[in-house]
Each structure stands twice: as structure tokens, then as C-alpha cells.
Design a protein. Structure first.
Length: 88
């Protein structure tokens, strides 16, 4: 399998993985935001997503970018800004 070497493709992959996590774990995200433990609530899913991302992206690109972490914030956190929580 050819590894992703394009920054645009790596960012797109990260967003796709996080979109899937968000789509299939809505209740966990809501509860996690409300209880201020979203990362613990999604620990398994985020770990699996990170492993998939790392497996598909060239190591040299992984070293100089943080697309996966940015996607976590953009897809999981920013899109959940309407959920009532003490963390906002």
C-alpha cells in the first residue's frame, strides 16, 4: 500500500476519520462534553482512529504535521459548541 505523502490528502483523511467517529458516537460525544470527559469517553475510538491515520500517512509527514489533532478539535469539539457544558 502506498503511504499518503500529500499534506492535503493527510488532512482530508484525518477529517474523514474524525467525521466517522463523530457520526457513530453522537451520544458519547454529548455525554463527554457535558461531563467534561470527552477524550476519556472516546478513548478507544480516538486511539483506533489515530492508529489508522498513522498507518496510512508517511512517517516523515507525521513528524511535521498535526492534522489528526486538528481534526479532533475541528470535528469533535468545535461542532459540539452548542452542547450545554461547564467547559465553555
Amino acid at each position: 500500500m502506498t503511504l499518503i505523502t500529500s499534506p492535503e490528502a493527510a488532512a482530508r483523511l484525518a477529517r474523514a476519520i474524525l467525521s466517522d467517529i463523530a457520526l457513530y458516537n453522537k451520544e458519547k460525544i454529548i455525554a463527554g462534553i457535558k461531563n467534561d470527559n470527552v477524550f476519556e469517553a472516546l478513548e478507544r475510538e480516538l486511539k483506533e482512529g489515530q492508529e489508522l491515520y498513522n498507518k496510512k500517512v508517511d512517517p516523515s509527514l507525521l513528524k511535521k504535521t498535526n492534522f489528526f489533532n486538528k481534526a479532533v478539535v475541528d470535528i469533535l469539539i468545535k461542532r459540539s459548541g452548542n452542547i450545554e457544558s461547564d467547559i465553555w
